[in-house]
Design a protein around this ligand. Structure first.
Ligand SMILES: Nc1ncnc2c1ncn2[C@@H]1O[C@H](COP(=O)(O)OP(=O)(O)OP(=O)(O)O)[C@@H](O)[C@H]1O
Length: 577
């Protein structure tokens, strides 16, 4: 299951609360279906008159009336099905767009706890299940229900005894099918989860294909995938078994009932209680009632499948998203100090605190660096500045104002973030450089940013320049080239704070030097925050904080730390800085 807590409620109806329900289309479709049902209900009465007229004459008028009713019922049912289908598509497309938008607003901790491909698989396949339900099954259910009620009323006026036989058959059908359909529903939910896990593993293996090959892990990965496929196969086998049971059971009950009605009805005809026409019309009603009732089992199963799918989607909607107020002009343009005041923070993994009573000030229009042993909490400090996580206690202030009080979009717009991961999207180099910018810069501005990031030369050398399409994960560029593009992207954002998290790790020394020069120029107007393992990258920083176990164990310039911090000095000696 995507989320752990299953709730007792009608998930499909809860899900409809998330959208603007297309009432006009829905009720229009139902009205047309009712029209179709009305024709189907009158038809057997006309057949009765027609059959009974055989004794005296052959009624051509009767034939024409029956044909007209058949056409009427077909046209109305088609119209009803089509209009309800449109309503279904509207609902599903709204659901898809709402759930996609909601996922994008979910906070970072949600993604720490869920595999992205699993979530994506749920969203696409679960909405498809709702689509199946609305576009095909709602009209079947509505017409089946109306036809059954209408037919039963008419049947009762024709022959209460025969009607009781049919009610008995219906009860039997319900008793047999209800438990099967309930089991099927649970199994459908299970397959959705298993499919999600299989998709996640498959996507991960494709994304990490180089790692798999270099680790000689093909057999192990194939084994994992086969295990997932086997689980899915076993669940689907159980569904297949239940499907195989349902149809013959329904057919036997249907045929048995018709045979029984024939016997009892035949006896009534021979005694003269009813006419042959009445028996014929009765049998047509029986078909009309039992056929939808037989498919009610399948429809209910589909409804349960959709309900299972809807459960995952409602749970997804229940996850609170981050505030996404629209960006106003209130974006800070000048730099101010960022101050951590007794900040404590732990990840939800329960591994204890990652940041311990951290107090420090990042000076405006200066370069501040964080260094220290791996796992010490440097990237976490950056995530806290970005407000990816909530603090356990303490405050982070900007210009004396608690950053929690600054609207999130405004705060994020104040920061250009270059992460350790090579974050490039599909599209051209230009698309990637201007990603997220509301005012699209012209080519000259883009080229200046590329120049500052020491990326202009290689972009110019590409066959299509700025319009070069990037492969998945930008595999057609080198690690250093991607990093330079990410830095250029940060330079293009009009943000007063620039965060570089190991952003220059894969650069050659010439590129690194030109980026250091660019940073020095930027520092006149912006606050630069750098995390780096290579001390050569940070030795010119105005302040360096040495972070160990989530706390500052030393701070100052490169020279002062060499003098005061033995571990820093040891790093310097090891790295020959
Ligand atoms: N998303 C996360 N969920 C749970 N724990 C995390 C998460 N990110 C980091 N941690 C843990 O928090 C601790 C600090 O990690 P962090 O990445 O901040 O360290 P770092 O100093 O930046 O390390 P490095 O220099 O290796 O990048 C580590 O123990 C890490 O395992």
């Amino acid at each position: 299951m995507l989320m752990t807590q299953a709730k007792r409620r009608n998930n499909v109806m809860t899900l409809f609360g998330q959208i603007k329900f297309p009432k006009l289309l829905f009720f229009g479709g139902i009205l047309l279906t009712i029209g179709g049902v009305a024709f189907s209900l009158i038809l057997p009465l006309e057949v009765r008159t027609f059959v009974d007229s055989f004794k005296t004459h052959f009624s051509m008028r009767g034939v024409l009336l029956i044909v007209a009713m058949l056409i009427g019922s077909t046209v109305f049912n088609m119209g009803g099905g089509y209009v309800l289908g449109i309503a279904g598509q509207r609902i599903v497309s709204q659901l898809r767009s709402n759930v996609s938008a909601h996922i994008i607003t979910l906070p970072v901790p949600f993604f720490d706890g869920h595999r992205s491909a699993e979530v994506a698989s749920h969203v696409s396949s679960d909405t498809e299940k709702i689509n199946d339900l609305i576009s095909s099954n709602v009209s079947t259910l509505v017409s089946g229900l109306l036809l059954t009620i209408g037919s039963m009323v008419i049947l009762f006026t024709i022959s209460p005894l025969l009607t009781i036989i049919i009610i008995g058959a219906l009860g039997l059908m319900g008793l047999v099918i209800a438990p099967i359909s309930k089991t099927q529903s649970g199994l459908y939910h299970q397959t959705q989860d298993q499919l999600g896990k299989y998709n996640a593993d498959l996507q991960q293996s494709i994304a990490e294909i180089r790692l798999i090959k270099t680790s000689d892990a093909e057999p192990a990965m194939i084994k994992i995938l086969k295990k997932r496929i086997h689980q899915l196969y076993r669940t689907n086998l159980r569904i297949t078994l239940l499907n195989a049971l349902i149809d013959p059971i329904e057919f036997t009950i249907l045929m048995g009932t018709i045979f029984f009605v024939f016997i009892v009805g035949g006896a009534m005809v021979s005694r003269g209680t009813i006419t042959i026409g009445t028996l014929t019309s009765f049998l047509i009603y029986v078909f009309q009632v039992l056929t939808p009732i037989a498919s009610v089992g399948a429809t209910l199963t589909e409804f349960r499948a959709a309900n299972g799918a809807a459960q995952t989607l409602t749970e997804l909607f229940d996850q609170p998203g981050e505030a996404t107020t629209t960006l106003s002009d209130d974006v800070p343009t000048t730099s101010s100090a960022i101050t951590f005041d007794h900040v404590n923070f732990s990840y939800q993994t329960g591994d204890g605190p990652t940041i311990n009573d951290l107090s420090l000030t990042i000076a405006p229009q200066k370069t501040t660096a964080f260094v220290g042993p791996s796992g010490g909490g440097k990237s976490t400090i950056l995530s806290l500045i970005e407000r990816f996580y909530h603090l356990d206690s303490g405050t982070i202030t900007y210009a004396g104002r608690n950053v929690q009080d600054i609207p999130l979009p405004q705060w994020r717009a104040s920061i250009s973030y270059v992460s350790q991961e090579t974050s490039m999207l599909f599209g051209t180099i230009r698309d990637n450089l201007v990603f997220g910018l509301t005012a699209k810069p012209d080519d000259d501005t883009i080229k200046r940013a590329l120049q500052s990031a020491a990326a202009l030369d290689f972009v110019n050398d590409l066959p299509a320049g700025l319009d070069t399409e990037l492969a998945e994960q930008a595999q057609n560029l080198s690690g250093g080239q991607i990093q330079r593009l990410m830095i250029a992207r940060a330079f293009l954002r009009p943000a007063p704070i620039i965060i570089l998290d190991e952003a220059t790790a894969s650069l050659d020394s010439a590129s690194e030097q030109s980026i250091e020069d660019a940073i020095e120029r930027l520092q006149q107007t912006k606050t630069i925050i750098i995390v780096a393992h290579r001390l050569a990258t940070v030795k010119n920083a105005n302040t360096i904080f040495f972070i160990e176990k989530g706390a500052v164990t030393g701070s100052g310039t490169h020279q002062s730390l060499i003098a005061t911090h033995p571990l820093y000095r040891q790093y310097v000696e090891e790295q020959l800085v």
